[in-house]
Ligand binder design. Structure first.
Ligand SMILES: Cc1ncc(COP(=O)(O)O)c(C=O)c1O
Length: 308
């Protein structure tokens, strides 16, 4: 049995090591690429329709024509999953990643013109969770970098794109404080924005709070948490807040497709609440596990014991 995953690349299904794009691709030349990352739970894709919907919004706003309808994109995505899921164990889930660029670019010429068909890549990879596994029980250290989130007046954060330099440089500042820390970007006014790959929540006096999407991607995990909160009758507010509110919160956590909910038990060196993972965070994680039929924490932690 081959373990090489098959990749959809511009009309063909090719082994991952043969999936190559031009050095003149707009993604390489200009970082001109939109993206989506979906995950599976027990080998079933989670909210694929919503990811494809967000992908087509990013494509529309960036004026990239993928040459495929959303239905065709979904069908191809399911074919990539069908080809590759048998290559991972039943305990291992996968990422399903869409990367779509404007196609070939010509240096110096008008970058707005789509000169070739878009580059369309759909690939899978094993959902390795070891980097986050211990945070489910210990919580992570959340740190604010000096660099601020790019203002939406410059680039709307709702466009899920691959131009990640600002996020990466900010995360480097975070790692100087603590190599294990996870960044929380503030906007230029000092409001909490988001993490390089996740949204952020606090719980204060029983109320769940997350910033609006003016400064953050409209995360699908973020909306899942808001749905679960409603089911659990946890009051929720979409509201701007500042570092002071995190220092004085009872609980805090990040949300993102791979880890779902990552508790944060320290903020800029101080404990959040009593410094332990709180009951609201635990209840939301449990509700998410129940929703997808996979024990999210156990799955990640079992990978940790395998690598010891
Ligand atoms: C900048 C940013 N914010 C938030 C998220 C979380 O989005 P989702 O929950 O849809 O994975 C991501 C996901 O990659 C992201 O890149």
């Amino acid at each position: 049995m081959t373990t090489t995953h098959l990749v959809y690349l511009n009309g063909d299904f090719v082994p991952a090591h043969e999936a190559k794009i031009s050095i003149f691709d707009a993604a390489v030349m200009l970082g001109d690429m939109v993206t989506e990352s979906t995950r599976t739970f027990a080998h079933r894709p989670f909210k694929l329709e919503q990811h494809v919907d967000r992908l087509y919004k990013s494509l529309k706003v960036t004026r990239i024509n993928p040459g495929l309808t959303p239905a065709e994109m979904t069908e191809l995505s399911l074919r990539v999953l069908d080809a590759n899921l048998p290559k991972v164990t039943p305990e291992m889930d996968v990422w399903l990643v869409h990367n779509i660029s404007r196609g070939l670019s010509v240096a110096g010429a008008d970058p707005t013109i789509q000169r070739s068909p878009a580059t369309v890549i759909i690939h899978t990879a094993p959902m390795v969770l070891t980097d986050w596994a211990r945070f489910y029980t210990e919580g992570c250290h959340a740190v604010t970098p000096a660099s601020r989130a790019a203002p939406p007046e410059a680039l709307d954060p709702r466009i899920k794109n691959r131009s990640r330099m600002a996020y990466t440089l900010a995360e480097m500042e975070v790692k100087l404080v603590d190599p294990q820390a996870q960044g929380i970007l503030l906007d230029i006014y000092g409001n909490v924005a988001e993490n390089k790959g996740g949204n952020f929540f606090i719980v204060s006096e029983g109320v769940l709070k997350t910033p609006p999407t003016r400064n953050a991607l409209a995360g699908i995990s973020r909306s899942t948490v808001l749905e679960l909160a409603e089911q659990l009758r946890i009051p929720a507010q979409i509201i701007d807040f500042q570092p002071y509110d995190i220092y004085t919160a009872d609980e805090a956590f990040f949300t993102s497709t791979p880890y779902c909910i990552m508790p944060a038990t320290r903020f800029n060196g101080l404990p959040v609440g009593d410094g332990a993972v709180g009951p609201v965070t635990k209840a939301l994680l449990q509700a998410w596990s129940d929703l997808v039929g996979v024990d999210i924490v156990a799955q990640a932690q079992s990978q940790l014991s395998m690598t010891r």
